[in-house]
Write a protein that binds this ligand. Structure first.
Ligand code: ADP
Ligand code: MG
Length: 341
């Protein structure tokens, strides 16, 4: 888990003073789906409706997992990986759209985000401390290139234009599932909620008049907090090199792979992205690992919907322009007349 959600204690104290007639309260559930921790919390006056809404979000996540998991041999995604180098494979529209959308993130991240990373990524097994040899990486790397994904809009088929290609939506599927969960809750009339899948969260509304405070943990100590970000009606994803990894001879092998080298990408320790939707934040949260924090900030600062917090290997914390406090005025420069102090 990259983030921790904390409600201001003061808010909770105020709630107990609300008229009892409303009986609104938070309902929450934790589950394990998509190989990660799912957390759903909704504010509802009707307990049965609140609980049923949580059930609906979890069912939706299971549906998405069955469609998109590369761990499940019977999933539609596995079917694509098995056949798309041989012939165009007709794909469920929703999955087609998400694969296509993934190439949009490849475009805006200069290839740092690339679902075809899996052509080499599948050679790693973090729980079992398995990594590919240099020769294996060299042999697999030519298959990593999102430009070799060929789409046919009319027939919604996907084809791999290179032998040995594989795709894996692990870098965007959870964000997408979180967004689907939030849309579902909105459709059921819920106005305040949190949906989290691993490092990807989205907040609907606020915490009854105040923003949620979302903590970004220290990469080496989950009890230490680097900073807290106030959030309402927004999504946030944190990627970290401490999520799925093993260390060997002083090198950390972790689950974010540089598509250009086939090695773990280590230019930051953690990257947090904030934007309106979790698909956006998930799609962008790998960028700084591959391109480095400065280059990633350049990209983020050009896109007004996005903000970012990066923790560099030397411990520096870098913020995008939207999160930085205003620069202090240079000495000798007075505030314009009438400006607020
Ligand atoms: P989480 O799975 O907790 O949401 P991240 O959002 O950080 O974690 O995504 C990491 C996952 O993204 C990896 O486990 C892998 O499935 C996928 N991935 C790794 N490297 C890349 C890459 N360069 N481009 C796209 N996806 C990647
Ligand atoms: Mg993610």
């Amino acid at each position: 888990m990259g983030v921790r959600l904390a409600a201001a204690v003061a808010v909770l104290t105020c709630l107990s003073a609300l008229p009892r007639a409303a009986q609104a309260q938070w309902h929450e559930r934790t589950d394990a789906i998509m190989g990660t921790r799912i957390f759903v919390e909704v504010w509802d006056t009707d307990t049965a409706h609140g609980e049923a809404s949580i059930d609906a979000v979890l069912a939706e996540m299971r549906r998405i997992d069955n469609l998109m998991s590369h761990y499940k041999p019977e999933s539609e995604l596995s079917r694509i990986n098995a056949r798309a180098a041989l012939e165009p494979v007709q794909v469920d529209r929703e999955l087609f759209d998400l694969i296509k959308l993934s190439t949009h993130y490849s475009q805006i991240t200069q290839g740092a985000f690339d679902i075809t990373y899996a052509s080499v990524g599948y050679l790693y097994n973090y729980p079992n401390h398995v990594k590919p040899t240099e020769a294996q990486i060299k042999a697999a790397l030519p298959a990593v290139n999102w430009r070799n994904l060929q789409f046919d809009e009319a027939r919604h088929t996907v084809r791999f234009e290179h032998a040995g290609m594989r795709i894996d939506l692990g870098g965007i599927g959870k964000g997408y599932a979180v967004d689907r969960g939030i849309e579902l809750l909105k459709g059921r009339g819920i106005q305040h909620a949190v949906v989290t899948a691993g490092g990807d969260s989205r907040i609907l509304g606020d915490h009854l008049g105040r923003p949620w405070l979302v903590a970004i943990r220290h990469p080496d100590d989950e009890k230490k907090i680097v900073t807290r970000i106030p959030l309402s009606d927004a999504a946030m994803s944190t990627s970290g090199d401490y999520e799925r990894f093993f260390d060997e001879n002083g090198v950390r092998y972790h689950h974010i792979i540089d598509p250009h080298t086939g090695h773990s990408a280590s230019r930051v320790r953690s990257a947090t992205i904030i934007a309106p939707t979790a698909t956006q934040t998930d799609g962008m949260s790998k960028t700084a690992f591959v391109l480095g924090p400065e280059k990633a900030l350049e990209i983020i600062n050009r896109m007004p919907e996005y903000d970012a917090v990066f923790v560099a290997p030397d411990g520096r914390v870098l913020y995008s322009n939207g999160l930085r406090p205003p620069a202090p005025r240079p000495a000798g420069v007075d505030a314009p007349q009438g400006a607020p102090k």
